[in-house]
Write a protein that binds this ligand. Structure first.
Ligand code: NAD
Length: 336
């Protein structure tokens, strides 16, 4: 399988390494605008020796190399990745993107989704949005668990994670290192957003279960630290914000049917907060799943974006979500 990567950041480099090291995929091109990478050999940057493919700024590489699939890891938003997806599809390439809004864009971006679906069908290729979350923990995994329930009445899930490994952009969008006043101001201005993906996860679950969600309410609160915390990119004094406690509730009528909680902060253990992924399903049977500590976000996103490659290449054409495709599985685990 011939693959191009668009976006050679933390996630893109991880996917690239998986492809380079696999026996059945070839990385035929990498696109990134970062001047620190442009013109350099991909293998040298990844620390695996010369690979013979250089990072380029121009998207023309897709037309030149005619890949089976392009992995897009450039942005979180439909408005940014739509022209990139469009270019790939018009060059007959399947697409996987980890843009959070693309995990289930059918409700939040209706006209864009209809356009991408018809374009993909016209060109005979498949487009998929995936990732750890949205894309797996608070949607696909929940949907899979409902497969053993004859009836589901309510879903409550929590992803409690550690933000410490992430870079400056994530700290800024989560409000880490701000005062409470700056946090509130950032929420109003839209510079602090918390988690991107609650509406997408909720609507994916609702679609799978045949529920008609009438309303989604989201709440973002500052996690105010009692102790000093620091990472390589941010320092948090006691009384300052260590993260964003973001949650969402979905209603059918006036009944809450889905509750998702995703408090994200740096060094949660400093205040005895255990990280983990927790899913509770209530229905004719009750399911209570706890994954401790949480599935690591970066490594899991890199893995699922890689693991979905053969599934997307062989899928029916169109714009798909994780719930439309076969169960994800590890494709790189050859036993010797
Ligand atoms: P990053 O900032 O490390 O990397 C992004 C890369 O894309 C950079 O190297 C940048 O130069 C490049 N880029 C951006 N726009 C470009 C353009 N127009 N042309 C060429 N190159 C361009 O970010 P990351 O950690 O690798 O994550 C990538 C995106 O995926 C982010 O938006 C992140 O929020 C999202 N993400 C989603 C999930 C999920 O679970 N769905 C998980 C992790 C990351």
């Amino acid at each position: 399988m011939r693959i191009v990567l668009w976006g050679f950041g933390a996630m893109g480099r991880g996917v690239a390494k998986n492809i380079v090291q696999s026996s059945f995929m070839k990385l035929v091109g990498v696109i990134d605008k970062n001047p620190a990478y442009v013109g350099k050999d991909v293998g040298e940057i990844l620390g695996v020796g010369n690979y013979g493919v250089k990072v380029r700024e121009s998207k023309d590489i897709i037309e030149e190399t005619n890949p089976d699939l392009v992995v897009i890891a450039t942005s979180s938003f439909v408005k940014d990745v739509l022209p990139q997806i469009e270019y790939c599809v018009k060059n007959h390439a399947n697409v996987i993107t980890i843009a959070e809004e693309m995990a289930y864009p059918f409700e939040s971006h209706k006209s864009e989704s209809e356009y991408l679906d018809s374009l993909a069908k016209r060109y005979g290729v498949t487009i998929l949005g995936t990732g750890v979350n949205p894309g797996f923990v608070l949607d696909t995994l929940i949907i899979a668990l409902t497969g053993v329930c004859s009836r589901v009445d309510k879903i409550v899930a929590r992803r409690i994670n550690d933000l410490s490994p992430f870079g400056k952009t994530v700290m800024e969008t989560q409000g880490v290192g701000t005062t409470v006043e700056q946090f509130e101001e950032g929420l109003k201005k839209g510079t602090i957003v918390g988690h991107i993906g609650f509406p997408q996860s909720i609507m994916m679950i609702a679609k799978a279960l045949g529920w008609k969600v009438d309303k989604i309410e989201e709440q973002r609160k500052p996690i105010v630290s009692k102790v000093y915390r620091e990472t390589e990119v941010v320092k948090v004094q006691p009384g300052m914000v260590a993260g964003c406690d973001h949650s969402a509730k979905a209603y059918v009528g006036d009944k809450v049917v889905i509750e998702l909680y995703h408090p994200q902060q740096i060094h949660p253990h400093l205040e005895e907060v255990d990280t983990g992924d927790y899913i509770e399903i209530y229905g004719n049977i009750n399911i209570n799943l706890a994954i401790k500590p949480e599935i690591p976000g970066g490594k899991a996103t890199i893995a699922i974006a890689t693991n979905m490659i053969p599934i997307v290449i062989t899928a029916e054409p169109g714009l798909k979500c994780m719930a439309d495709l076969p169960v994800p599985r590890s494709i790189l685990s050859e036993l010797k």
